[in-house]
Every structure is written in C-alpha cells, then in structure tokens.
Design a protein around this ligand. Structure first.
Ligand code: SF4
Ligand code: SF4
Length: 132
C-alpha cells in the first residue's frame, strides 16, 4: 500500500529533522520502500510503499512522530469518460503502469505508480489526475 507523507522541517524538533523512516523500520521491522522524496529546508513530502498488512502499524507510528500520512488507494486516477485509449500515457510512464489489453483498451496498474506526474501532462484529453 502506498502512503503519502508530509512533514515540517522548520523547527529543530520537527519530524523532518529526525530519521523517521529509519526509526519506524527499526522499531517495527517493516521494510519500507521510499518511491519518491521531495525535501527542502522547510518541509518534505515522501511516497512510500509498505506491505498492506503492515500499513496501519506504520501509519500509526509515523503519525505519533508528527508526520501527516495519507493512504493512496489509487495513485493515478483515469476518467473513463474522457479517455480515448490513444496510448500517449504508455510511453511516458517510467513504471509501466499503462498497457493495452487484447482489444486495445487501456489497462491501468495503479499500484506501480510513483506519482511522477508525466502521464497527467502527456494526456491530450485531461483524463488522468492524481488522487486527492
Ligand atoms: S504519475 Fe508517473 S508513475 Fe504514475 S502513472 Fe503517471 S507516469 Fe506513471
Ligand atoms: S493519454 Fe489519456 S486519453 Fe490517451 S490512453 Fe492515456 S489516459 Fe487515455
């Protein structure tokens, strides 16, 4: 399951100043895959992937440390009314989220998405968006 994390780094005791991911891994034994991270001097955002069965535990521990956690059920969402199955999103996605089925209809494997945003910019019909 993918979790989107947001944290402040403004104050010396803010969660972004602490090794929160390493701490959760050490305390829980859950292996966390960091798929994306944008961190500057004031704040940070991360996309992490954890096994579904461990997601509640990881989320709870991160929130206790002051991190804002949002569960991403579907990282990229396709509006089926707008999609014309042109395939422009297939070539730009680094994660191979998109493919065609036997009838040349677009198939979306959203669990692979790392929220890079390339497909959203590439779609000529505005059919793709990020959850939340
Ligand atoms: S946001 Fe990036 S990783 Fe996710 S589906 Fe689009 S191109 Fe692929
Ligand atoms: S680029 Fe947009 S319209 Fe084309 S297949 Fe992908 S989602 Fe559908």
């Amino acid at each position: 399951m993918k979790l989107r994390l947001a944290f402040s780094r403004k104050g010396k005791t803010d969660p972004g100043r602490e090794p929160v991911i390493a701490r959760v891994v050490k305390e829980t034994g859950v292996l966390i895959n960091v798929e994306k991270a944008n961190i500057d001097s004031m704040a940070g955002e991360m996309l992490i992937d954890v096994p579904d069965k461990d997601a509640d535990q990881v989320r709870r521990r991160l929130e206790e440390m002051g991190v804002t956690v949002r569960v991403m059920e579907n990282a990229v969402v396709r509006d089926e009314e707008e999609c014309v199955d042109c395939g422009a999103c297939i070539g730009v996605c680094p994660q191979e989220v998109f493919s065609f089925d036997a009838e040349w209809r677009l198939v979306v494997s959203a669990e692979r998405c790392v929220l890079c945003g390339k497909c959203i910019r590439a779609c000529p019909h505005g059919a793709l968006s990020q959850q939340g």
